[in-house]
Design a protein around this ligand. Structure first.
Ligand SMILES: [Zn+2]
Length: 94
């Protein structure tokens, strides 16, 4: 006896139509109105090509930052490494 909405989970009883998750979704939709819930889900769960690009860049940045952090941790143990000196901002004059 699968749920009539998601068709994945079992219904708790023979006479119920939806599984527990779909039942809670239904209660939320009744509380906030179906159109508002649909709008929120579309805004948060659906992505267009531009948003997918942003998400991919964000994930790449996370990976790069993680790699830099692991390299910095490795360098802390290496005392022969000398950090390069950069010009201080106060010495730069236009
Ligand atoms: Zn369900």
């Amino acid at each position: 006896m699968l749920c009539y909405f998601c068709c994945e989970k079992e219904r708790p009883t023979y006479f119920s139509h939806f599984c527990d998750d779909c039942n809670s979704l239904r209660r939320l939709m009744l509380s906030y109105s179906p159109s508002k819930c649909t709008e929120i889900l579309k805004r948060t769960c659906l992505r267009d090509d531009k948003q997918i690009g942003f998400k991919i860049n964000q994930e790449i940045k996370k990976i790069v930052i993680k790699e830099i952090e692991t390299k910095n941790i490795e360098k802390v143990g290496d005392e022969s490494h000398v950090t390069p000196k950069t010009r201080s901002k106060s010495s730069v004059k236009n």
